[in-house]
Design a protein around this ligand. Sequence first.
Ligand SMILES: [Zn+2]
Length: 339
Amino acid sequence: MNRAVLSRLGIALPLLPTTSVGSLPKPPELLAARSRYTTGAVSRREIDSLAEEATVFWLREQEALGLDVLVDGEMYRADPVGFFAEELDGMALGGLVRVYGNRYYRKPIITGPVRWEQPVTVGWWRFAQGHTAKPVKAALTGPYTLMDWSFDEYYGDRRAACLALAHELRNEVEALVAAGARIIQIDEPALSARADELALVRESLGIMTGGLDAYWIVHTCYGAFDTVYPGMLTLPVHSFSLALAHAAVDWIAHFGAAPFTADLCAGVIDVHASTVESVDAVRHRVEHTLPLVPAEGVWVAPDCGLRTRRIEDATEKLKVMVAGAALARAQQERGGSGI
Ligand SMILES: [Zn+2]
């Protein structure tokens, strides 16, 4: 693991540390208020106050579950791209587009030069970190995915749009670091959308992370990874958060073909299934990665955000994840592979 980076940042973690990817389910009262907010029946202040309550609820839950690095749960976001599109000048929300199964999101439109005007996640990160002694990971959607998942009516060129977004989002990560965030995750679910654009992903992430002292994670959860592996290992981050539980791709086979040289945040919980995994299944998924990635570099996490699950199911899934990680950790500390 890039443990030297973490320890320089003052973060001590156990072997096989546990974390969530980002989003967690919103309580029904927050969901109801959010839908009334869109019709103007509820004020921004009211939904922000409910989102704060829900954030504190999830921080307490994560602490009780024994997670090592916490997330704010993204109670304030409707979806991963729409939120940033609404907050950035030069972007607007368009019509509904289907993304996964029966899930839809409002596809953003780039209508003019994109501009970051003020911090959009920093206040929420600071709020969350102010309510726990454990480290809270900051997370934001990356420039390549924002570009790939938006209609571009202004730049007319994918590279220009992506780099403009990267330069603007750089302000957000600078503000996160200034606020004290030490672990920052950039969500790039579209990372492998076009293999011939991996250099563009690399350049845009370089703009985001260059010269900033933080432990950087890139999260991606589906796609044609066989087309970007091992090239993706050259992205300027310390760790990759990957979906291994639900993956259509046999990551482990790829790791065998070319050594995985970064840290791995191993997704061992299928966020698309309501069925809760067994502790043993989690342990096996963790141990499956260990012959290929040194245990020192492995984190344990769900495949993706858990926001589409019910609160009870998400909690139960995180509980078995922590228990499975603990079994794998104990085995490692005894010095055996356990497989
Ligand atoms: Zn994801």
